[in-house]
Design a protein around this ligand. Structure first.
Ligand code: KG4
Ligand code: ZN
Length: 353
Protein backbone atom coordinates (compact mmCIF):
# COMPACT_ATOMS: atom_id res chain seq x y z
CA UNK A 1 0.00 0.00 0.00
CA UNK A 2 1.19 3.52 -0.73
CA UNK A 3 1.85 6.13 1.98
CA UNK A 4 -1.36 7.96 0.99
CA UNK A 5 -3.47 4.80 1.20
CA UNK A 6 -2.11 3.85 4.61
CA UNK A 7 -2.54 7.29 6.21
CA UNK A 8 -5.98 7.78 4.67
CA UNK A 9 -7.13 4.46 6.04
CA UNK A 10 -5.75 5.29 9.49
CA UNK A 11 -7.29 8.78 9.37
CA UNK A 12 -10.73 7.40 8.53
CA UNK A 13 -10.50 5.12 11.56
CA UNK A 14 -9.53 7.83 14.07
CA UNK A 15 -11.88 10.60 12.85
CA UNK A 16 -14.79 9.54 15.01
CA UNK A 17 -12.71 8.64 18.06
CA UNK A 18 -13.44 10.97 21.00
CA UNK A 19 -9.97 10.80 22.51
CA UNK A 20 -7.81 11.30 19.43
CA UNK A 21 -4.15 11.55 20.50
CA UNK A 22 -2.32 14.26 18.58
CA UNK A 23 1.35 15.17 18.49
CA UNK A 24 1.61 18.92 17.88
CA UNK A 25 4.72 20.52 16.36
CA UNK A 26 5.33 24.29 16.30
CA UNK A 27 8.34 26.24 14.99
CA UNK A 28 6.91 29.46 13.51
CA UNK A 29 9.13 31.96 15.35
CA UNK A 30 11.68 31.54 18.14
CA UNK A 31 10.17 28.65 20.10
CA UNK A 32 10.69 25.01 19.09
CA UNK A 33 7.75 23.17 20.61
CA UNK A 34 6.12 19.76 20.67
CA UNK A 35 3.21 18.46 22.74
CA UNK A 36 0.88 15.51 23.05
CA UNK A 37 -2.80 16.35 23.57
CA UNK A 38 -5.72 13.94 24.07
CA UNK A 39 -9.22 14.76 22.89
CA UNK A 40 -8.29 18.37 22.05
CA UNK A 41 -8.31 19.50 25.68
CA UNK A 42 -6.15 17.23 27.83
CA UNK A 43 -2.40 17.98 27.89
CA UNK A 44 -0.26 14.85 28.16
CA UNK A 45 3.00 16.72 27.57
CA UNK A 46 4.17 20.21 26.65
CA UNK A 47 7.79 20.86 25.68
CA UNK A 48 9.01 24.33 24.63
CA UNK A 49 12.64 25.12 23.81
CA UNK A 50 12.83 28.91 23.80
CA UNK A 51 15.49 30.81 21.85
CA UNK A 52 14.72 34.11 23.56
CA UNK A 53 18.16 34.32 25.24
CA UNK A 54 19.87 33.78 21.87
CA UNK A 55 17.92 36.53 20.08
CA UNK A 56 17.90 39.01 22.98
CA UNK A 57 21.40 40.26 22.21
CA UNK A 58 20.23 41.22 18.68
CA UNK A 59 17.17 43.10 19.98
CA UNK A 60 14.76 40.83 18.08
CA UNK A 61 14.40 37.49 16.30
CA UNK A 62 17.03 36.91 13.60
CA UNK A 63 15.27 34.58 11.12
CA UNK A 64 18.36 32.67 9.95
CA UNK A 65 19.51 32.03 13.53
CA UNK A 66 16.00 30.92 14.48
CA UNK A 67 15.94 28.32 11.67
CA UNK A 68 19.34 26.92 12.62
CA UNK A 69 18.35 26.57 16.26
CA UNK A 70 15.06 24.87 15.35
CA UNK A 71 17.07 22.30 13.39
CA UNK A 72 19.27 21.50 16.38
CA UNK A 73 16.40 21.42 18.86
CA UNK A 74 13.49 19.75 17.09
CA UNK A 75 14.45 16.10 17.39
CA UNK A 76 15.02 16.32 21.15
CA UNK A 77 11.91 18.43 21.67
CA UNK A 78 9.66 15.89 19.89
CA UNK A 79 11.27 12.91 21.65
CA UNK A 80 10.91 14.61 25.03
CA UNK A 81 7.24 15.36 24.33
CA UNK A 82 6.66 11.64 23.71
CA UNK A 83 8.72 10.64 26.75
CA UNK A 84 6.84 13.06 29.03
CA UNK A 85 3.54 11.67 27.76
CA UNK A 86 4.84 8.15 28.39
CA UNK A 87 4.23 7.24 24.76
CA UNK A 88 5.88 6.04 21.58
CA UNK A 89 5.02 6.94 17.98
CA UNK A 90 2.71 3.89 17.92
CA UNK A 91 0.38 5.70 20.36
CA UNK A 92 0.07 8.81 18.18
CA UNK A 93 -3.11 8.96 16.06
CA UNK A 94 -2.18 12.07 14.12
CA UNK A 95 0.53 14.75 13.77
CA UNK A 96 -0.53 18.42 13.65
CA UNK A 97 2.07 20.90 12.44
CA UNK A 98 2.04 24.70 12.12
CA UNK A 99 2.40 25.52 8.40
CA UNK A 100 1.93 29.34 8.79
CA UNK A 101 1.93 32.19 9.62
CA UNK A 102 5.45 33.01 10.73
CA UNK A 103 9.06 33.10 9.58
CA UNK A 104 9.33 30.97 6.46
CA UNK A 105 12.69 29.37 7.29
CA UNK A 106 11.58 28.63 10.85
CA UNK A 107 8.25 27.13 9.74
CA UNK A 108 10.01 24.95 7.17
CA UNK A 109 11.93 23.13 9.91
CA UNK A 110 8.73 22.01 11.68
CA UNK A 111 6.92 21.25 8.41
CA UNK A 112 9.82 19.19 6.95
CA UNK A 113 10.31 17.31 10.22
CA UNK A 114 6.58 16.55 10.53
CA UNK A 115 6.34 15.37 6.92
CA UNK A 116 9.38 13.09 7.33
CA UNK A 117 7.92 11.69 10.55
CA UNK A 118 4.52 11.15 8.96
CA UNK A 119 6.11 9.40 5.98
CA UNK A 120 8.49 7.23 8.00
CA UNK A 121 6.02 6.20 10.71
CA UNK A 122 2.91 6.30 8.50
CA UNK A 123 1.07 8.64 10.87
CA UNK A 124 -1.62 10.92 9.35
CA UNK A 125 -0.53 14.58 9.12
CA UNK A 126 -2.63 17.75 9.24
CA UNK A 127 -1.54 21.35 8.62
CA UNK A 128 -2.63 23.88 11.25
CA UNK A 129 -2.77 27.67 11.14
CA UNK A 130 -0.85 29.29 13.99
CA UNK A 131 -3.79 31.67 14.49
CA UNK A 132 -6.26 28.82 14.99
CA UNK A 133 -3.77 27.41 17.47
CA UNK A 134 -3.72 30.56 19.60
CA UNK A 135 -7.51 30.53 19.79
CA UNK A 136 -7.61 26.81 20.60
CA UNK A 137 -5.36 27.29 23.65
CA UNK A 138 -8.56 28.43 25.35
CA UNK A 139 -10.25 25.03 24.84
CA UNK A 140 -7.38 23.47 26.76
CA UNK A 141 -7.48 26.08 29.50
CA UNK A 142 -11.26 26.11 29.96
CA UNK A 143 -12.63 22.60 29.59
CA UNK A 144 -16.23 23.81 29.43
CA UNK A 145 -15.64 26.55 26.82
CA UNK A 146 -17.63 26.23 23.61
CA UNK A 147 -18.67 28.66 20.88
CA UNK A 148 -20.38 31.05 20.42
CA UNK A 149 -17.99 33.77 21.59
CA UNK A 150 -16.26 36.93 20.43
CA UNK A 151 -12.52 36.34 20.01
CA UNK A 152 -9.85 39.01 20.52
CA UNK A 153 -6.72 37.88 18.69
CA UNK A 154 -3.75 39.95 19.88
CA UNK A 155 -0.28 38.62 19.06
CA UNK A 156 3.02 39.76 17.65
CA UNK A 157 1.77 39.31 14.11
CA UNK A 158 -2.01 39.81 14.28
CA UNK A 159 -4.65 41.96 15.92
CA UNK A 160 -8.23 41.10 15.07
CA UNK A 161 -11.76 40.48 16.25
CA UNK A 162 -13.23 37.18 15.15
CA UNK A 163 -16.91 36.46 15.63
CA UNK A 164 -17.03 32.76 16.41
CA UNK A 165 -20.45 31.14 16.05
CA UNK A 166 -19.19 27.56 16.01
CA UNK A 167 -15.87 25.66 15.86
CA UNK A 168 -15.77 26.04 12.09
CA UNK A 169 -18.10 29.00 11.64
CA UNK A 170 -16.05 32.15 12.09
CA UNK A 171 -16.17 35.67 10.67
CA UNK A 172 -13.51 38.37 10.74
CA UNK A 173 -15.23 41.58 11.82
CA UNK A 174 -12.19 43.77 12.56
CA UNK A 175 -8.43 43.75 12.15
CA UNK A 176 -5.45 46.04 12.25
CA UNK A 177 -4.90 48.22 9.22
CA UNK A 178 -1.15 48.43 9.90
CA UNK A 179 0.93 47.13 12.85
CA UNK A 180 -0.09 44.37 15.24
CA UNK A 181 -0.39 45.36 18.91
CA UNK A 182 2.50 43.04 19.94
CA UNK A 183 4.66 44.65 17.27
CA UNK A 184 3.86 48.07 18.80
CA UNK A 185 4.83 46.80 22.28
CA UNK A 186 8.12 45.47 20.87
CA UNK A 187 8.92 48.70 18.98
CA UNK A 188 8.11 50.93 21.95
CA UNK A 189 10.27 48.68 24.15
CA UNK A 190 13.13 49.16 21.74
CA UNK A 191 12.92 52.98 21.75
CA UNK A 192 12.77 52.87 25.55
CA UNK A 193 15.98 50.81 25.55
CA UNK A 194 14.30 47.65 26.90
CA UNK A 195 15.10 44.05 26.01
CA UNK A 196 13.38 41.77 23.49
CA UNK A 197 10.63 40.55 23.76
CA UNK A 198 9.28 43.97 24.56
CA UNK A 199 5.77 43.23 25.81
CA UNK A 200 6.63 41.83 29.24
CA UNK A 201 9.35 44.50 29.70
CA UNK A 202 6.97 47.38 28.90
CA UNK A 203 4.44 45.87 31.31
CA UNK A 204 7.06 45.66 34.08
CA UNK A 205 8.23 49.25 33.59
CA UNK A 206 4.64 50.52 33.34
CA UNK A 207 3.93 49.22 36.85
CA UNK A 208 6.02 52.02 38.35
CA UNK A 209 4.61 54.72 36.02
CA UNK A 210 1.47 56.81 35.69
CA UNK A 211 -0.64 57.33 32.54
CA UNK A 212 0.20 61.05 32.42
CA UNK A 213 0.89 61.36 28.68
CA UNK A 214 -2.03 61.63 26.27
CA UNK A 215 -1.42 59.60 23.10
CA UNK A 216 -4.06 59.88 20.37
CA UNK A 217 -6.33 56.97 19.51
CA UNK A 218 -7.32 56.35 15.87
CA UNK A 219 -10.84 56.27 14.37
CA UNK A 220 -12.27 58.97 16.66
CA UNK A 221 -16.05 58.88 16.49
CA UNK A 222 -16.04 56.08 13.88
CA UNK A 223 -17.95 52.88 14.58
CA UNK A 224 -15.41 50.30 13.49
CA UNK A 225 -13.96 47.16 14.99
CA UNK A 226 -10.66 47.78 13.20
CA UNK A 227 -7.37 48.71 14.84
CA UNK A 228 -4.39 50.87 13.95
CA UNK A 229 -1.17 50.89 15.97
CA UNK A 230 1.32 52.69 13.74
CA UNK A 231 0.05 56.14 14.82
CA UNK A 232 0.43 55.27 18.50
CA UNK A 233 3.93 53.89 17.91
CA UNK A 234 4.92 57.08 16.04
CA UNK A 235 3.32 59.17 18.81
CA UNK A 236 5.58 57.53 21.39
CA UNK A 237 8.69 57.87 19.20
CA UNK A 238 7.92 61.57 18.53
CA UNK A 239 7.32 62.25 22.22
CA UNK A 240 10.72 60.77 23.11
CA UNK A 241 12.58 62.55 20.27
CA UNK A 242 10.95 65.96 20.88
CA UNK A 243 11.89 65.86 24.54
CA UNK A 244 15.41 64.67 23.73
CA UNK A 245 15.83 67.62 21.32
CA UNK A 246 14.69 70.05 24.00
CA UNK A 247 17.03 68.42 26.50
CA UNK A 248 14.08 67.49 28.74
CA UNK A 249 14.52 64.25 30.63
CA UNK A 250 11.57 61.90 30.11
CA UNK A 251 10.05 59.60 32.68
CA UNK A 252 10.31 56.24 30.90
CA UNK A 253 7.92 54.50 33.29
CA UNK A 254 5.24 57.12 32.53
CA UNK A 255 5.80 56.66 28.79
CA UNK A 256 5.48 52.85 29.14
CA UNK A 257 2.38 53.20 31.31
CA UNK A 258 0.68 55.77 29.03
CA UNK A 259 1.45 53.70 25.92
CA UNK A 260 0.19 50.48 27.54
CA UNK A 261 -2.99 52.18 28.77
CA UNK A 262 -3.77 53.49 25.26
CA UNK A 263 -2.82 50.26 23.42
CA UNK A 264 -4.79 48.04 25.76
CA UNK A 265 -7.89 50.25 25.94
CA UNK A 266 -8.13 50.11 22.13
CA UNK A 267 -8.31 46.31 22.32
CA UNK A 268 -10.78 46.33 25.20
CA UNK A 269 -13.11 49.00 23.74
CA UNK A 270 -13.41 47.21 20.40
CA UNK A 271 -13.94 43.68 21.64
CA UNK A 272 -16.45 44.65 24.34
CA UNK A 273 -18.41 46.75 21.85
CA UNK A 274 -18.36 43.90 19.33
CA UNK A 275 -19.58 41.42 21.95
CA UNK A 276 -22.41 43.75 22.97
CA UNK A 277 -23.40 44.52 19.35
CA UNK A 278 -23.58 40.82 18.44
CA UNK A 279 -25.08 39.79 21.77
CA UNK A 280 -22.21 37.46 22.70
CA UNK A 281 -21.90 36.52 26.38
CA UNK A 282 -18.29 35.35 26.16
CA UNK A 283 -15.03 37.00 25.12
CA UNK A 284 -12.06 34.75 24.37
CA UNK A 285 -8.54 36.21 24.28
CA UNK A 286 -5.81 34.66 22.12
CA UNK A 287 -2.14 35.45 21.42
CA UNK A 288 0.95 36.67 23.25
CA UNK A 289 -0.40 40.10 24.24
CA UNK A 290 -3.18 38.22 26.06
CA UNK A 291 -0.54 37.66 28.75
CA UNK A 292 -0.62 41.39 29.55
CA UNK A 293 -1.80 42.01 33.12
CA UNK A 294 -3.34 45.40 32.43
CA UNK A 295 -5.29 44.00 29.47
CA UNK A 296 -6.67 41.23 31.68
CA UNK A 297 -7.62 43.70 34.41
CA UNK A 298 -9.27 46.28 32.14
CA UNK A 299 -11.10 43.70 30.02
CA UNK A 300 -12.48 41.89 33.06
CA UNK A 301 -13.72 45.16 34.54
CA UNK A 302 -15.40 46.46 31.37
CA UNK A 303 -16.82 43.10 30.27
CA UNK A 304 -18.29 42.24 33.66
CA UNK A 305 -20.23 45.53 33.63
CA UNK A 306 -21.97 44.21 30.49
CA UNK A 307 -22.49 40.73 31.93
CA UNK A 308 -19.84 39.20 29.65
CA UNK A 309 -17.47 36.49 30.82
CA UNK A 310 -13.81 36.65 29.75
CA UNK A 311 -11.60 33.61 28.97
CA UNK A 312 -7.79 33.57 28.79
CA UNK A 313 -5.26 30.79 28.46
CA UNK A 314 -2.68 30.62 31.29
CA UNK A 315 0.51 32.61 30.53
CA UNK A 316 2.44 29.60 29.17
CA UNK A 317 -0.32 28.86 26.65
CA UNK A 318 -0.70 32.54 25.61
CA UNK A 319 2.72 32.63 23.98
CA UNK A 320 3.85 30.11 21.34
CA UNK A 321 3.54 26.42 22.21
CA UNK A 322 2.53 23.15 20.52
CA UNK A 323 -0.35 22.25 22.86
CA UNK A 324 -2.46 24.85 21.07
CA UNK A 325 -1.52 23.38 17.66
CA UNK A 326 -2.45 19.83 18.70
CA UNK A 327 -5.72 21.13 20.16
CA UNK A 328 -6.61 23.10 17.02
CA UNK A 329 -5.81 19.96 14.99
CA UNK A 330 -8.36 18.00 17.00
CA UNK A 331 -11.17 20.49 16.35
CA UNK A 332 -10.21 20.63 12.67
CA UNK A 333 -10.52 16.85 12.41
CA UNK A 334 -13.91 17.02 14.12
CA UNK A 335 -14.97 19.66 11.58
CA UNK A 336 -13.99 17.36 8.69
CA UNK A 337 -10.59 18.67 7.56
CA UNK A 338 -8.45 16.85 4.99
CA UNK A 339 -5.00 15.36 5.46
CA UNK A 340 -1.99 17.47 4.50
CA UNK A 341 -0.38 16.46 1.20
CA UNK A 342 3.15 15.10 1.39
CA UNK A 343 4.31 18.16 -0.59
CA UNK A 344 2.82 20.49 2.07
CA UNK A 345 4.67 23.82 2.06
CA UNK A 346 5.18 26.44 4.77
CA UNK A 347 3.56 29.84 4.32
CA UNK A 348 4.68 33.13 5.89
CA UNK A 349 1.11 34.44 5.88
CA UNK A 350 -2.25 32.79 6.39
CA UNK A 351 -5.77 34.19 6.19
CA UNK A 352 -7.04 35.02 9.68
CA UNK A 353 -10.27 33.10 9.01
O1 KG4 B 1 1.48 35.13 20.13
P1 KG4 B 1 2.93 35.39 20.22
O2 KG4 B 1 3.77 34.54 21.13
O3 KG4 B 1 3.58 35.32 18.80
C1 KG4 B 1 2.90 35.56 17.61
O4 KG4 B 1 2.18 34.63 17.16
O5 KG4 B 1 3.01 36.69 17.09
O6 KG4 B 1 3.06 36.91 20.63
C2 KG4 B 1 4.28 37.52 20.84
C3 KG4 B 1 3.99 38.95 21.20
C4 KG4 B 1 5.25 39.79 21.28
O7 KG4 B 1 5.03 40.97 20.54
C5 KG4 B 1 5.38 40.06 22.76
O8 KG4 B 1 6.03 41.29 23.04
C6 KG4 B 1 3.93 40.09 23.21
O9 KG4 B 1 3.35 39.02 22.47
N1 KG4 B 1 3.76 39.87 24.66
C7 KG4 B 1 3.25 40.80 25.48
C8 KG4 B 1 3.31 40.25 26.80
N2 KG4 B 1 3.85 38.99 26.70
C9 KG4 B 1 4.11 38.77 25.38
N3 KG4 B 1 2.76 42.03 25.25
C10 KG4 B 1 2.32 42.75 26.30
N4 KG4 B 1 2.37 42.31 27.57
C11 KG4 B 1 2.84 41.08 27.87
N5 KG4 B 1 2.89 40.64 29.12
ZN1 ZN C 1 2.12 33.11 18.25
Amino acid sequence: MSYEEIVNEKFNKIKDKKDIIILGIESSCDETAAAVVKGGREVLSNVVASQIDIHRRFGGVVPEIASRNHITAIDNVVNNALKDANMTFKDIDCIAVTYGAGLLGALLVGVSYAKALSFAKKIPLIAVSHIKGHISANYVASKELEPPYMCLLCSGGHTAIIKTDDYDKVELIGSTLDDAVGEAFDKVARVLGLHYPGGPEVQKLAESGKPTIKFNKPFKGEKTYNFSYSGLKTGVINYIHNNEEKGVEINKADVACSFQETAVSMLVDNVVRAAVDYNMKKIVVAGGVGANKRLREMLKEKASKKGIEVYYPPLNLCTDNAVMIASAGYFMIKSGCSLAPIDLDASSTVKIV
